[in-house]
Design a protein around this ligand. Structure first.
Ligand SMILES: [Zn+2]
Length: 463
């Protein structure tokens, strides 16, 4: 029936609408159950999809997110547009890939050397952001930010009525309870009308320092030591890697408990039926799959494969798992579409609302190319085939057949036609990838203060 309805809906604009009016009761005129809904986005920085139970992890890291996945819809193949917070978050908020919003994170040829004082995030003035678009249509917009990059002076607060950027205390970043205290406070302020609430957690980000109870539960009896670094490092001992991963898992469980508190509060306020809740991350983290730890320096799956769970009682059927590969650039058009707001033209992303609302079957969607970018590197993915091109010390290309090699261990040795086709498509994407507004020297934001630089060093960004 869903397929029939989808076909009828596609025919409607072509003039068949009168003849089929009786049969097309599921088409556009019927209000979406998500129309006018509130939106709560719970962003867990640096959370790999595969460390959650609902994505196959065996450790008990995510009982509450697993419950959300059973109540809502889970995207099995969701990919960030970049393996670092700034380009990834801006792509999420704008629906365009990093080269178009102009933040590629490492603009130098030696892509892992921290550009330090030369690199500043920059939000182009003409780029409509999620908060602005919702605010223009009567939503109250609020955010709690714990990532030091996402500071208001860089432009990230644009469109938010309330933007709480938490200062550093003793730890390099604020923990979940402090984030939640602010989020719950904001929820109390905004809940009277329609609202967009964005909450950014750093509990999973390195350094992995979970609260003691979580650390004891996940890593208490393990030998080994914590290896803390962000970048290439081939010599981690197996027991140290296992211990480090256990600390990471402990952080995942800690943030799962924070998400539970937000979920319970939404229900306590009676907002469950009128709120779309999204759980996702901005990128993953590496555990030595490709010779390093942390994130922000390759375009492999452990960096790009992120969880994406969307919950609202109007999404059917509950517990659905969608296998179609989707990108973070799809989030903005999807949320606008679900809530009934207009989607601005020119976005790289497409709305996933028809999939989420059961108006379209996955098989009805044509396969499309998804991209990710990092400094001088780019990746393209079509279905289970992927090509990564890095321009470090010359051009290097690696292609992977993810169906046969999901861990990207063995680059395809030859160049079969599909590799050549992906290479050509990636080259065309790169040629067309022109920034919306090229930065000029006098437009760059002021340099950050020494405290910010110290905080970024503690998080492994500045060396
Ligand atoms: Zn991040």
């Amino acid at each position: 029936l869903r397929t029939l309805r989808a076909v009828l809906c596609r025919l409607a604009p072509l003039g068949f609408v009168l003849a089929l009016a009786v049969a097309t009761d599921g088409c556009a005129p019927a209000p979406r159950p998500t129309e006018g809904a509130n939106v709560v986005i719970l962003m867990v920085d640096a959370l790999r999809a595969d460390r959650l139970g609902c994505y196959g992890h065996t450790a008990p890291t995510s009982p509450f997110v697993d419950t959300l996945a059973r109540e809502g819809v889970l995207f099995e193949r969701a990919f960030s547009a970049a393996p670092q917070t700034v380009p990834s978050a801006l792509s999420l908020w704008s629906g365009v890939y990093p080269s178009r919003h102009g933040n590629l994170y490492f603009p130098t040829r030696d892509a892992f050397r921290m550009p330090g004082r030369r690199y500043r995030p920059r939000v182009p003035a003409g780029l409509p952001l999620m908060a602005e678009l919702f605010a223009q249509h009567g939503y109250t917009t609020a955010a709690v930010m714990s990532n030091p990059w996402l500071r208001p002076e860089f432009g990230f607060a644009r469109g938010f009525d309330h933007y709480v950027h938490l200062p550093r205390r003793r730890r390099p970043v604020p923990r979940g309870p402090q984030v939640n205290a602010n989020a719950l406070n904001l929820l109390g302020h905004v809940k009277g009308g329609r609202f967009l609430l964005y909450v950014h957690y750093m509990d999973v980000h390195n350094p992995y320092e979970p609260p003691a109870a979580y650390r004891d539960a996940f890593a208490g009896r393990l030998p080994g030591r914590y290896v803390y670094l962000n970048g290439p490092f081939p010599l981690v001992q197996p027991e140290d890697l296992a211990f480090t991963q256990a600390l990471y898992d402990a952080g995942v469980r800690a943030v799962d408990d924070q998400i539970r508190d937000i979920g319970l509060m939404i229900r306590a306020h009676g907002l469950g039926p009128s709120t779309i809740v999204v759980v996702l991350s901005d990128h993953g983290d590496e555990f030595q799959e490709h010779g390093g730890l942390g994130h922000g320096w390759t375009l492999h799956e452990e960096m790009l494969h992120t969880p994406l769970v969307v919950v609202h009682p109007g999404l059917v059927p509950a517990g659905r798992r969608i296998a179609t590969p989707v990108s973070h650039v799809d989030l903005l058009p999807t949320l606008l579409d679900l809530t009934g707001l207009p989607i601005p033209p020119g976005l790289d992303g497409v709305s996933l609302a028809p999939l989420l609302l059961g108006a379209e079957d996955e098989g009805d969607r044509p396969e499309r190319a998804l991209y990710a970018e990092l400094g001088d590197g780019r990746a393209i993915r079509r279905g289970e085939r992927k090509l990564i091109r890095m321009e470090r010390n010359g051009t290097r290309e690696e292609a992977y057949d993810l169906a046969a090699d999901p861990g990207e261990r063995r680059p395809v040795a030859e160049r079969p036609p599909w590799v050549r086709a992906l290479a050509a498509e990636l080259a065309a994407f790169a040629d067309a990838a022109v920034p919306l507004e090229p930065a000029t020297a006098d437009e760059l934001p002021p340099p950050p203060d020494p405290h910010l630089e110290e905080q970024l060093r503690a998080l492994g960004y500045v060396r």
